[in-house]
Write a protein of this length. Sequence first.
Length: 222
Amino acid sequence: MLAVFTVIALPASAQTALPVEQTPYHVPAFSNDYVAVLNVFVPPQRTSGYHRHSLDSLGVLIGDTDRTSQVLGAEEKPTPRRDPGSVNFTFYSREPAVHTITIKGDSPFHNIVVELTKPAPYGFTPGSRDGASGYTQVLDNERVRAWRLVLAPGAEAPAITQAAPGIRIVVAGGEIVERIAGRPDRGIAPHAGEFFWQDGGATRAVKNIGTTRVELVEAELK
């Protein structure tokens, strides 16, 4: 009896899809035992090429533009614009994805992506910032809890305790002073798109001492 085998050739795009950390305009910027941060900055009229996402990822949008996304094997589709500071989370460890993004507009696309390097929760218990003026919880799932902090010039957020390690991402920069018990006040002048790793255990207050609105997104790991 003659056995017949069918060979299916994969599209060239599937064969050449890169891990996201090797993708054009997706620049590895920081890593430790818990996270790997990608600074995604795609100039106008450029494309990322097909790439693979396989790690659970937190995304904080810094700047949007007209763009399209195309999942491997599907049609290219326009991506609705989102406001700066938009926060999303994708469980890529459950459903890995291969796609490409193409910038159609005349301004760049800028996104900070925080990949969680292990597929299961780390076992941390994040704190609560309920009732702390300036903070709004924007995400809470089995991997992370995140808040938006918005401070007008002169405004101060009361002291909160960061219970678990995490990251601060700057959406709109300016000049702030950070007050941590037992330490001298520290002035900081962050810029949009910057990010800072924050260990758990610190109790801090933040005041906007500049002349522009400051917006931060802070996440704690679980």
